[in-house]
Ligand binder design. Structure first.
Ligand SMILES: Cc1ncc(COP(=O)(O)O)c(C=O)c1O
Length: 360
């Protein structure tokens, strides 16, 4: 069966055109800085994100941990949201590998952490306290429904951090979705961050890889850290070429994924028992390519129907979607370049079918 896969935008497969540039990519040994494709990707990445330098890394998780290792040390503290990917889903790497003490503050539904809370969270210069070295933001914010942090908010965090001598790292796994949503250049969203990580292997459609950008000095440090964690790659131009292709062809089309997500929300709203996660003004929270919703089995007279059961029933209909988060009734669907409008309509029909009593 050919599944409609809405589990994540990480599931995209390289197109024939992307595979062709990969097959014929110029390569060299990147640990010696001799891979022309990697070097070109790094030049393009630095320019796109408005930074001096760029480093190609195998994954978003590695980009984040390499940045954390380069920003701080054992016993230092980093401030981040309780719903940050780096806190929830990266194996505790900040503490485990960098020895950084995570100081967790509550994310609001829009993905922000109130500036006043960050300010209060910064430690005084006191022998009892760790040094606050780093603040991490996430844009778009995965667990906050793919919400977009505004340039004003990002700048305010940067200003506060820098006035205390603290650095800002931006987990921009889906930063280009945010830029497309706001209609701004990505560098507007990165200008107040000291480092930024962007994934090529999510909505942009490359099979592997992320980039990490910052000053020359920061990237030189990050490069050492990448080697230490085993991310120094050799003829990596084969995959860097896919990243270049993705940046040259797949940015503007992210708008289509956002339209498909909005279509999904409109359809979900009309299905009894399903409720899209709302923002503070009680509007459905979708801005980019992530749709979070809950299923209320009791209201449908079907007590067995929670998110895990819904996922199982959808699979039987050829649609893949995962439960996500601590609420056992919460599901997530993510749109991407391997699903089109027709697939969205098919997924909605499947949702309507499996939530009807006996529809499994
Ligand atoms: C916001 C965010 N940051 C980082 C990552 C990690 O990326 P990777 O899966 O490439 O390690 C993800 C993955 O989904 C993510 O959603």
């Amino acid at each position: 069966m050919d599944f409609i896969d809405l589990r994540s935008d990480t599931v995209t497969k390289p197109t024939p055109a992307m595979r062709k540039v990969m097959a014929w990519a110029k390569v060299g040994d990147d640990v010696y800085d001799e891979d022309p494709s990697v070097n070109r990707l790094q030049r393009i990445g630095a320019e796109l994100l408005g930074k001096e330098a760029c480093l190609f890394v195998p994954s978003g998780t590695m980009g984040n941990i390499v940045a954390i290792l380069a920003h701080g040390g054992r016993g230092d503290e980093m401030i981040l949201g309780n719903l940050a990917h780096t806190f929830l889903y990266e194996g505790g790497a900040a503490a485990g590998l960098a020895g950084m003490h995570p100081h967790i503050l509550r994310n609001k539904a829009d993905g922000t952490i109130p500036i006043s809370a960050i300010e209060q969270g910064i430690r005084p210069d006191n022998v009892h306290c760790p040094h606050t070295r780093l603040i991490c933001l996430e844009n778009t914010h995965n667990r906050c429904c793919g919400r977009v942090l505004s340039p004003d908010y990002s700048d305010a965090v940067g200003e506060l951090a820098h006035s205390h001598g603290i650095s800002v790292h931006l987990d921009g796994a889906r930063l280009l979705n945010a830029a497309i949503y706001l209609g701004v250049s990505p560098s507007v969203l990165t200008r107040s961050a000291d480092s930024v990580m962007l994934c090529l292997s999510k909505g942009l459609g490359a099979p592997v890889g992320s980039i990490l950008c910052g000053t020359q000095e920061f990237i030189a440090k990050a490069k050492r850290m990448r080697k230490i964690v085993g991310g120094g790659m050799r003829q990596a131009g084969i995959v860097a070429a896919a990243g270049i292709y993705a940046l040259e062809h797949n940015i503007d089309r992210l708008q289509i994924d956002h339209q498909n997500a909005a279509r999904l929300v409109a359809g979900i709203k009309s299905i009894p028992g399903l409720t899209c996660k709302a923002n503070d003004r009680n509007e459905p929270s979708v801005q980019t390519n992530m749709v979070y919703f809950t299923v209320n089995g009791s209201a449908l007279g079907d007590r067995t129907l929670n998110a895990a059961e819904l996922s199982k029933r959808l699979r039987a209909q050829g649609v893949l979607a995962n439960p996500l988060g601590s609420d056992p009734n919460q599901m997530r669907m993510v749109t991407h370049l391997d699903v089109n409008q027709e697939d969205i309509d098919t997924a909605l029909s499947a949702l309507a079918h499996v939530t009807r009593i006996g529809g499994n």
